[in-house]
Ligand binder design. Structure first.
Ligand code: ATP
Ligand code: MG
Length: 322
C-alpha cells in the first residue's frame, strides 16, 4: 500500500457530520441524526452529555435471536500498537455473547495476546489459524475451540502466524485467504471479531477483505491521531479493490481519563474529525484491564459490575444497533 499524502485528520464523516467544534469542544450536539432508536438521557430538562460531548443516548436491550448466523465479520484494526485492540476484541465479544449472540474471536496476531487473554497458552497449541490458512487439509472447525465464556469460541494463533505473511505473498488470491477459510463456519456465528496485529501488512489486509465492518480503537492520547489517515486510506483501498461491502463500523475511544484535560481535548478532536462514526461508548483507563489479561478472562466475568464491564456492554448494544 502506498502512503499517499493525506490531511492529518481526514473527515471521513464528511463536514456535515463533523459535529461539535464549540469553544470547549465538549458541548453541543452532533448535527448528524442518531443511529437507531436512541433516547437522550435528561437531567433537569437538559440532556446529560457523555464523554464524547454528545448527549447520552440509551439503547434498548437487543432483541433475542431465534436463529444464528450468518455472521457479521468485524476487524479490530489499528496499526498503532497498544491501543486496546485485543482488550476490546475479548470484552466486546464477551458482551455480545451476554446479549445471546454467538461469537467467534479470531486471533490474527502472531503475538497470540487474544489467546492468552482467554486463558490459552498459544505455544502449547499444535494447530492454530496458521495451519488453517496455509494447509488446505486443515479444517477451520477442527481448530476452533470453546472458551470459558459461554457463546464465545476462539480461533487461536501463535508465533507460527508470523511466517504466513511471507508465505501468503506467493499464493493465488492471497488477500482472500481468511475470508475463504472462515466461510464454512459463517452460519454458526452472529459475530466474528478479528483481532489484527499492529501493522497494515498482508494479514491485516486479509482481515479487512473478510470483514463487513472495521472497529478502530483509538487511544485518547496526543499522538493517537497520527496514522489514522493511513489506516483509513488502506480501508478505502481495500473497499475499492477487494471488498466493496467494507464499512467503518465505528471509532472506539479507549484509555480515556476523565480527570485530565488532555484526554478531553483529544476526545473533542476525535469527535470533531469523525463525527457520528465515534461510538458514544468510551472506554476509561483502568488497571482492571491489565488484571483481566493476567486472569485470562474478559472483564465481564472478572469484574462483572465494574465500569469497564458496563462500558463494553454498552458498546455491544451500539454495535448491534449499527
Ligand atoms: N482501558 C484500558 N485501561 C488501561 N489499560 C488498558 C486498557 N485497555 C487496554 N489496556 C492495557 O494496555 C495494554 C495494551 O492493550 P491491548 O493489548 O488491548 O492493545 P493492542 O492494541 O491489542 O496492542 P498490540 O498492538 O500490541 O496488539 C495491555 O496491557 C492492556 O491490558
Ligand atoms: Mg493486540
Amino acid at each position: 500500500m502506498s502512503t499517499s499524502e493525506q490531511p492529518a485528520v481526514p473527515a471521513v464523516a464528511g463536514p456535515s457530520e463533523a459535529g461539535i467544534a464549540t469553544e470547549t469542544g465538549l458541548s453541543g450536539e452532533s448535527s448528524a441524526p442518531a443511529r437507531g432508536a436512541r433516547r437522550g438521557a435528561r437531567n433537569n430538562g437538559k440532556p446529560r452529555l457523555g464523554p464524547t460531548g454528545r448527549p447520552i443516548r440509551e439503547l434498548p436491550e437487543p432483541p433475542p435471536l431465534d436463529k444464528h448466523g450468518p455472521a457479521k465479520v468485524v476487524a479490530m484494526c489499528n496499526q498503532k500498537g497498544g491501543v486496546g485492540k485485543t482488550t476490546s476484541t475479548i470484552n466486546l465479544g464477551a458482551a455480545l455473547a451476554e446479549c445471546g449472540r454467538r461469537v467467534l474471536l479470531v486471533d490474527f496476531d502472531p503475538q497470540g495476546a487474544l489467546s492468552v487473554g482467554l486463558g490459552i497458552q498459544p505455544h502449547e497449541l499444535e494447530q492454530t489459524v496458521y495451519n488453517v490458512i496455509m494447509e488446505r487439509s486443515v479444517q477451520v472447525a477442527d481448530v476452533i475451540r470453546k472458551t470459558r465464556v459461554e457463546g464465545v469460541d476462539l480461533l487461536p494463533s501463535n508465533i507460527d502466524l508470523s511466517a504466513a505473511e511471507v508465505q501468503l505473498v506467493a499464493e493465488v488470491g492471497r488477500e482472500h485467504t481468511l475470508l475463504r477459510v472462515l466461510r464454512p463456519v459463517m452460519d454458526d456465528y452472529d459475530y466474528v471479531l478479528v483481532d489484527c496485529q499492529p501493522s497494515l501488512g498482508l494479514l491485516t489486509v486479509n482481515a479487512l477483505t473478510a470483514a463487513d465492518g472495521v472497529i478502530i480503537p483509538l487511544e485518547c492520547e496526543f499522538f493517537s491521531l497520527r496514522g489514522v489517515a493511513l489506516l483509513i486510506d488502506t480501508i478505502e483501498k481495500v473497499r475499492e479493490r477487494l471488498n466493496p461491502k467494507l464499512d467503518i463500523t465505528g471509532i472506539l475511544a479507549t484509555m480515556f481519563d476523565p480527570r485530565t484535560l488532555h484526554s478531553k481535548e483529544v476526545m473533542a478532536r476525535v469527535v470533531e474529525a469523525f463525527g457520528d462514526t465515534v461510538f458514544d461508548t468510551v472506554i476509561n483507563r483502568t488497571v482492571r484491564f491489565p488484571e483481566t489479561t493476567v486472569a485470562g478472562e474478559p472483564i465481564t466475568r472478572w469484574a462483572p459490575k465494574s465500569a469497564g464491564a458496563t462500558a463494553y456492554r454498552a458498546l455491544a448494544r451500539e454495535v448491534i444497533a449499527r
